[in-house]
Design a protein around this ligand. Structure first.
Ligand code: HEM
Length: 336
C-alpha cells in the first residue's frame, strides 16, 4: 500500500494530541500552569526518599544476582515507577502502558517504517482508552496524588477539558520515563567506558550534581526537537519559511566546539559550564520534568557508583534502535 494510503487508513482518524508538548500559547500557558505544580524543584525534592528507596531495592536485587541487565533492573523501572507513583496509577495497568508507550515514541523519530506507523496509531488509541478508564477509576477513588489534582482542575469547569486531561496524563507518562532511562542507562555505560572519570566520582561523591549535568550534555537522551515555523524567519544566516518543519539537533549543540571549545567531544565530569547544555530544550517548552529527571539520575547514578565501582560490562550492549530517544535496550553487567 502506498505510504499516504496506509497512513490515511491507520492514523487519519486519530484526534490531534493536545498535550502541552504539542500546543502553543495561550492554551499551552493555561495547561502548563495546571500540571507544573508537582514539578517545581522544591516539590520534587520531597520525592528523594521514595526515589532512594526504589533505587536501593533495585540495586539489592541486582547485587544478589551477581550479574544483571542495568536497563531492565534499574534504568527503565525507576523513572516509570516514580511517575506512576506520582500520578497514583493502579498497579495492573503499568506493564501494558510500557509497551504502548514504546510504540508511540517511534513517531518522534525522523525515519519510521509503515509497520511502525500502524503500531503507533493502534497503541495511541489503546493508550487513550486505558487512560480514560484510569481517570474514571480515579474519580471514584481520589487520593493525594497528581492525577487526582488534575481531575479536580478538570471538574472545576473550564480550566481543562476531559480530552486535555487525558493527553496531559499520557504525555507525563511517556516523557516521564522514555527519556530518563537513557540518561541513567547510557550515563552509567559512559562512566564505565571512562574509568578515569568514574574514579573521580567515586573519590568525590559531591561531584554528582555536575556529573549528571555533564552526562546530560554528553549523552543527550533526547537528540532532536521539532518545530513548525509560524512565520518567516532567519536563524544562523538560514532562511526558514513559514510552515517549514524544522528538526533541531540538541545533541549536536551539546558538542558544538564554537561554544564548548576544543574538548567538546570529551567527557569531563568537572566541566565548569556543563549545565549550559540544551538537553532539556529551551523556551516555553523547556522540559517540565527537568528537576525530577536530575533527581532520579543523581540518586540512581550516585548510588550505583558507590556500590558497583568495579562493575564490568559483559558482552556487547544492545541499542534500542531509536534515532531521537537514542539509548540502550540492554547492558549486562558483572557486579561482583
Ligand atoms: C533526562 C530526562 C529528560 C530529558 C532529556 C527531557 C527532555 C525534554 C525536552 C528536550 C523537552 C522539550 C521538547 C521541545 O522543546 O520540543 C521536554 C519537554 C517535556 N518534558 Fe522532558 N525530558 C526528560 C525527563 C522528563 C520527565 C521525568 C518528565 C515528567 C515526568 C518530563 C516531562 C516533559 C514534559 C511534560 C514536556 C513538555 C513541556 C512543554 O511543552 O511545555 N520530561 N523534555
Amino acid at each position: 500500500m502506498a505510504r499516504t494510503a496506509m497512513f490515511e487508513e491507520h492514523a487519519a482518524d486519530l484526534e490531534p494530541n493536545l498535550s502541552i508538548l504539542n500546543i502553543d500559547p495561550p492554551d499551552h500557558t493555561r495547561l502548563r500552569r495546571l500540571v507544573s505544580q508537582a514539578f517545581t524543584p522544591r516539590t520534587v525534592e520531597t520525592l528523594r526518599p521514595m526515589v532512594q528507596s526504589l533505587v536501593d531495592d533495585a540495586l539489592d536485587v541486582m547485587e544478589s544476582a551477581g550479574q544483571a541487565d542495568l536497563i531492565g533492573g534499574l534504568a527503565f523501572p525507576l523513572p516509570f515507577d516514580v511517575i506512576s507513583e506520582m500520578l497514583g496509577m493502579p498497579e495492573n495497568d503499568k506493564l501494558q502502558i510500557r509497551d504502548w508507550s514504546a510504540a508511540i515514541v517511534k513517531t518522534i523519530d525522523p525515519v519510521i517504517t509503515e509497520d511502525e506507523v500502524i503500531a503507533a496509531a493502534d497503541a495511541s488509541r489503546e493508550m487513550d482508552r486505558l487512560i480514560d478508564a484510569v481517570i474514571e477509576w480515579k474519580r471514584a477513588n481520589p487520593a493525594d496524588d497528581l492525577l487526582t489534582a488534575l481531575i479536580e482542575a478538570e471538574e472545576d469547569g473550564d480550566r481543562m477539558t476531559a480530552r486535555e486531561l487525558r493527553d496531559q496524563v499520557s504525555v507525563l507518562f511517556i516523557a516521564g520515563h522514555e527519556t530518563t532511562v537513557n540518561l541513567i542507562g547510557t550515563g552509567i555505560y559512559q562512566l564505565l567506558l571512562h574509568p578515569e572519570q568514574l574514579s573521580r566520582l567515586v573519590a568525590d561523591p559531591s561531584m554528582i550534581t555536575n556529573a549528571v549535568e555533564e552526562l546530560l550534555r554528553y549523552v543527550a537522551p533526547v537528540q532532536i526537537t521539532r518545530r513548525i515555523a509560524t512565520r518567516d524567519l532567519e536563524i544562523g544566516g538560514k532562511e526558514v519559511a513559514k510552515g517549514s518543519f524544522v528538526l533541531c539537533s540538541l545533541a549536536s549543540a551539546n558538542r558544538d566546539p564554537v561554544f564548548w571549545g576544543d574538548d567538546a567531544e570529551a567527557l569531563d565530569l568537572a566541566r565548569q559550564d556543563a549545565s549550559h547544555h540544551v538537553s532539556f530544550g529551551s523556551g516555553v517548552h523547556y522540559c517540565l520534568g527537568a528537576s525530577l529527571a536530575k533527581l532520579e539520575a543523581e540518586v540512581a547514578i550516585g548510588s550505583f557508583v558507590r556500590r558497583f565501582a568495579d562493575a564490568e560490562i559483559v558482552g556487547d550492549p544492545e541499542w534500542n534502535g531509536r534515532i531521537n530517544l537514542r539509548g540502550l535496550e540492554k547492558l549486562e553487567l558483572r557486579l561482583s
